[in-house]
Design a binder for this molecule. Structure first.
Ligand SMILES: Nc1ncnc2c1ncn2[C@@H]1O[C@H](COP(=O)(O)OP(=O)(O)OP(=O)(O)O)[C@@H](O)[C@H]1O
Ligand SMILES: [Mg+2]
Length: 235
């Protein structure tokens, strides 16, 4: 059984459909990358899984249970955490305060929160160095690290990351993808949205989206194929 299963999902804004019935699954323990150009529907997809948008039709199951209506925070409590597009850190709060907010749903589990804090500081030592600094004064790359770390603070089973590499240097983008791979290796399943085909080598499964439809899904070495990049991504 897949950890996440999406069936015939139709989602739109004001009844105007943007996702036209997509189907895919993410297996437990996988790092799955969802690739597509601007406006393909990637953010719409992960926002719906995170409970921020309501599907018009179709279904989503997580760990065998249907994801019904429910607030985004209920999804976080249930094990699904989103690192949103554009980072959305709280600029006037410190690094540590941002991280504490990420663990809000687990605020009564002080041991878990402490362990997650150690873990994310181990992933991103830079954040530990800047623990007391206001998030708004961090560099773009550091803010992105903070956004990923904050999403990890709820100890999710499924981490959704929306375009972490956007606006980062190639070196910083690789750093973030390397950490994402470590997060997966440490047991968190990851669905990572990207426009940058450079993320493909890090993935176990790839989905390619065009205009609200999945045009390709593949696993293993086949997704490292150069033709794939040319055919779908114009790289
Ligand atoms: N709040 C909104 N209201 C109306 N239409 C929207 C809204 N958000 C997105 N759309 C439309 O839905 C489509 C898919 O957008 P979405 O943000 O999901 O794409 P994306 O693949 O994440 O793109 P990008 O790579 O630029 O982030 C686009 O045509 C977009 O204009
Ligand atoms: Mg997007």
């Amino acid at each position: 059984m897949a950890l996440l299963e999406v069936k015939d999902l139709v989602v739109g804004y004001d009844a105007f459909p943007v996702l036209h019935g997509i189907n895919f699954s993410v297996e437990e323990g996988e790092l799955c990358v969802l690739l597509g150009l601007n406006g393909a529907g990637k953010t719409t997809t992960v926002s719906t899984i995170a409970g921020m948008l309501k599907p018009q039709s179709g279904s989503m199951t997580f760990d065998g249970k249907e994801l019904k209506k429910g607030s985004p925070s209920a999804r976080v409590a249930g094990g699904i955490s989103l690192c949103p597009e554009g980072r959305r850190v709280f600029p006037r709060l410190s690094v540590r305060q941002n991280l504490r907010l990420g663990s809000w749903v687990r605020r009564k589990e002080s041991k878990t929160v402490r362990r997650q804090l150690e873990l994310v500081y181990d992933y991103f030592p830079r954040l530990a160095e800047r623990e007391g600094q206001l998030a708004g004064t961090l560099s773009g790359g550091e803010q992105q690290m903070l956004a990923v770390a904050r999403a990890m603070m709820s100890k999710p089973r499924l981490l959704l990351i929306d375009e972490a590499s956007l606006g980062l240097s190639p070196t910083l983008a690789r750093t973030v993808w390397e950490v994402t791979k470590r997060i997966k290796a440490d047991g968190t399943t990851v669905l990572m949205v990207e426009q940058n085909a450079g993320a493909l080598p890090y993935a176990d499964r790839a989905l390619i989206m065009e205009k609200g439809t999945l045009v390709y899904t593949g696993v293993g070495d086949e997704i490292r194929d150069v033709n794939l990049r040319e055919a779908y991504l114009g790289v």
